[in-house]
Design a protein around this ligand. Structure first.
Ligand code: IPE
Ligand code: IPE
Ligand code: MG
Length: 254
């Protein structure tokens, strides 16, 4: 499939920075945990809408490497919500063909969380409708450093020479190996930054920032983001004229 059909950009992979749970709760006089609970509901709805929209890949930023620095009770709440989410969504994931994937430094997660994740990943392995990737204990810089380390080990082992390292090798060493690059990145809550998310992979993603907090981000807001994406004209460094040529379109196919 090409990235363009009838000159309109096709969306294979949607990435989301789910931000604003704490502020959503604070505005309602509730504890931050209430915002995170509501945020999980929004994630469930978003997965539903992605299935509806036939989006093949959804990657969500659920917990960053920097989020480990938050107060311990909040970290524990977030980990507990993750385990609950996996248990509650198990049947749906299997029925709907959702394949679960995780990116990030999983070594830092507790044994219980790791086990829940491994089980869900194993059970949903055959899913071929939607790949849901959770970025957990994830930082883009950390991922790049870990990739560099893996390649350095291959050089040390004599499998490749330093001069042979190319972008394709690098991509294969990233946690996201096997996923296409995101076409669209959405960030909720009004913040205009990437916060160390998918630094390598977002190179040519279209960006969409929206003021609503994540718990208030519903199907209507998601459809508005998709509509904005459809109006974009992606050029990947080429000219607009080149982008209308068939051969360029197929060269940019993913
Ligand atoms: C996003 O919401 C969820 C996580 C980072 C885990 P926040 O918890 O960052 O909410 P705000 O940004 O403080 O409102
Ligand atoms: C990014 O949000 C991480 C997640 C949504 C999981 P943060 O709330 O941690 O980012 P900053 O601190 O506003 O940049
Ligand atoms: Mg935040």
């Amino acid at each position: 499939m090409t990235k363009f059909e009838n000159q309109l950009p096709v969306l294979h992979h949607l990435a989301i920075i789910m931000d604003g749970n704490g502020r959503w709760a604070k505005e309602r006089g509730l504890p931050r945990v209430a915002g995170h609970q509501q945020g999980v509901k929004t994630l469930v709805e978003t997965v539903e809408e992605c299935l509806e929209q036939r989006i093949g890949f959804l990657t969500v930023f659920a917990f960053s490497s920097e989020n480990w620095g938050r107060p311990q009770p909040e970290v524990e709440t977030l980990m507990g919500l993750l385990v609950e989410f996996l248990a509650a969504q198990r049947t749906k994931m299997l029925e709907r063909g959702i394949r679960l994937k995780v990116i990030g430094d999983l070594e830092r997660l507790s044994a219980q969380v790791k086990q829940s994740l491994q089980q869900a990943i194993r059970e949903t392995d055959a899913g071929d409708t939607l790949t849901l990737t959770l970025a957990l204990s994830y930082g883009g810089r950390d991922e790049i450093v870990r990739a560099a380390r893996r390649i350095a080990c291959r050089v040390t082992a004599g499998e490749i020479t330093a001069a042979e390292i190319n972008a394709s090798d690098f991509e294969k060493s990233l946690d996201t190996y096997g996923l296409p690059d995101p076409d669209l990145l959405i960030r909720t809550s009004g913040e205009l930054r990437i916060s160390n998310f998918l630094l390598w992979q977002l190179a040519y993603a279209e960006l969409y920032f929206v003021d609503v907090y994540w718990p208030d981000f519903g199907p209507i807001e998601l459809r508005a983001a998709l509509e904005s994406y459809r109006q974009r004209r992606r050029r990947f460094g080429l000219t607009a004229e080149q982008m209308t040529q068939e051969d360029v379109l197929s060269n940019n196919a993913s």
